[in-house]
Design a protein around this ligand. Sequence first.
Ligand SMILES: Cc1cc2nc3c(=O)[nH]c(=O)nc-3n(C[C@H](O)[C@H](O)[C@H](O)COP(=O)(O)OP(=O)(O)OC[C@H]3O[C@@H](n4cnc5c(N)ncnc54)[C@H](O)[C@@H]3O)c2cc1C
Length: 580
Amino acid sequence: MKNIKVKSSRRKFIANLAKIAALSSSVSTIKSFGFNSVNALQLPNFPNGIVPYLEKFENWSGEVKARALWTYAPKNSLEILQIVNWAKNNNYKVRPKGKMHNWSPLTIANGIDVSSRVILIDTKPYLNKVKIDKSQFPSKVTAETGISMENLLNALEEQDLGLTVTPAPGELTLGGVLAINGHGSAVAAANENSLSLGHSYGSLSNLIISLTAIVLDNESNKYILKKFERSEPNCQAFLVHLGRAFITEVTLQVGKNQRMRCQSIIGIPASEIFGKEEVSKFSFAKLVEKNGRVEAIWFPFTDKPWIKVWSVTDEQKPKASREVKSPYNYPFSDNLCDELAKMIKTIISGKTSITPQFGKLEYFITAGGLEYNQSFDIWGWSKNVLLYVKPSTLRVTESGYVVLTKRSNIQRVLNEFYTYYNYLIEKYRERSIYPINGPVEIRVTGLEESDDIINTSALPPLLSSLKKNSKYSEWDVGIWLNILTFPGTPYSNEFYMNIEQWIFANYSEPYAAVRVEWSKGWAFERNSVWKNKLFIENQISKSFYSEIAPVSDLELASAIYQKYDPYHIFSSPLIESLKI
Ligand SMILES: Cc1cc2nc3c(=O)[nH]c(=O)nc-3n(C[C@H](O)[C@H](O)[C@H](O)COP(=O)(O)OP(=O)(O)OC[C@H]3O[C@@H](n4cnc5c(N)ncnc54)[C@H](O)[C@@H]3O)c2cc1C
C-alpha cells in the first residue's frame, strides 16, 4: 500500500489533496479505504514538522485489521511528546506499535478507521538505540523500546552478555514484549547457578531496573518524560502495562552469556511425557528437574510430541552437538512445504475432517526436518538456540494461560491438562468436529522474583501473569498452556471456551491458580474471544487479587495509570474493558 504523507500546514495540505486526486486514477489511494477523504486528511493543528501518514494495520495472525490509520515513526522521544500533547488537546488516542505480533487487540480494536481518532506510533524505525554498561556487577543494558529482541541480543552477545528468558521470535520489539510480560521457558536446573551471574527465570519485565514513561505533569497539564526506578512503588504498574502506558526506554539487568545446547526428542509417547507419575526419565517434570528448560509441541492427533530440552553447558561443545552461529535453526517450521499449504487451504475452506492427517504431516515434517537440517542436537551462544521462530511460521491463533503452582506439581498439572484435552478433543471428534488443527505448546518458567534484581529493593510487576501470589509463597513456577489453531476454524471458539472454563475450575487454590497470557486468546464465548465480560469481571479480576492484600493488583495499577494518564491517551477498548 502506498503511504500518503500529509503536511500540516494548510497550503501543503491542499497541495497534498491535489496530489492525491491526481494519483487516484493510477494507484491505490485513500479512496480505496472507503471513508471520506477530506475528513480523513485533517489532523487539525498537528505539530509542525511531524508528518504522519496513513498506513494499514494488520496484526501477525490477520485477526486485527484496520485499512488505514494515522501512523508516525518518531525520530526521538520529543516528537512523541509533541504528538501525545496534541492528542490530549484533540481527543485522540496514541497507540505504540511494535511488530504487531500480539494476538489480543491491545493496540487497537479490529476494524476501526480514521474516524476512531487513533494515532499509531511506530517505534521500530528510529527508537532502537542501545547502550551497555559492564562497569559494575550486574551488567546493565539501556535500550529504546523499538529495538528488536534479536538486535538487543546481538548487542549483548558482542559484550559476552545474554538473557535466560526471551520469547522465541527475534523480530518482536522490546516494548511489545515488556508490555505483556514476554517469556521463554526456563527454571533453574539441578545444580544451576545462573542467578549469581545476573539471570532470572520470570518474565523479561522482571529484569527492569528503571524505565522512562510518558506521563502527565499536573502542574503544566502536559505530558512529559519521567524516569521511574524499580524501587519506586509507582514503577510497578509500568513494568507490565498491556499498552496502558508508553515506555520509551528501559534499563535491564543482564547476565553473563551462556553456552547452551538444545536437544530435540520426538520418539516418546505423550502418555509417558504427560503421564500421571514421574516414573519415566522422559516425564516432563523430570526433564525440567534435570535441565530446567523444556518445551513440548504436540501436534493434533499424533501421539509423540516434539520436545526441546535446553541445557547450559561449559565452553566445550558436546561431542554429539552441531555448533550453530546464528538463530532460527528449525527452517522446516518457518517455511511451509506445498503439501502442508494445500492441506491448510482445505482446512480453511471448511473441510476440517483432514485435521488428523494434517497433524501427522506436521509431525513427519518435524521429524524429517530435524534430521535433514541436523537440528536434533545444536549448541552455541544462548541467542542462537533461544530464538527459533520467524514471522513466516504457520499463521495460527492461540489461547494462552499460565498455571501458578509449586514446582513439585508440574507433572500433576500437565497430566490433568493432557487428560482433559484428550477427552474434549475426542468428544468433538465423535461429532466429526475438528476445532483444533495446531499443536498444544507447553513451557515452564519461574515467577517474578524481585530479589533476582541485585542491589535494588525491586517491587514486582503488578500486572504480570507471573506475579507471585503473596498468600502462596511456596508457588514458584508458571506452567504455560497454549492451544493453537487457524483463525476462524469452525467451533474453535466454543472449544476454547470449554477448555478455558475447565482450566479455571480445575487449577484452584491452594493447589494452583491461573492467569491469562495477555498477548493471546482468552475470555472466550461460543462465537467470540476477548469479549466475555463475566470472565473478565470475575476470573481475570480474581486472578490478580490476594486475600491478604488490601486491594487487587488491577485496582492498584489502575489508580497509578489514572494518576499518570488521566486522559486515557494510552488505551484501547480491550484495555478499557479490563477497567485499568
Ligand atoms: C509467532 C509468535 C510467537 C510468539 N512467541 C512468544 C514467546 O515465545 N513468548 C512470549 O512471551 N510471547 C510470544 N509471542 C507474543 C509476543 O511476545 C507479544 O505479542 C508481543 O507483545 C509482541 O511484540 P510486538 O513488538 O509485536 O508488539 P505489538 O504487537 O506491536 O504490541 C503489543 C502491545 O504492546 C504495546 N507496545 C508496543 N511498544 C510499546 C511501547 N514502547 N510502550 C508501551 N507499549 C508498547 C502495544 O501498544 C500493544 O498494546 C509470540 C507472538 C507470535 C505472533
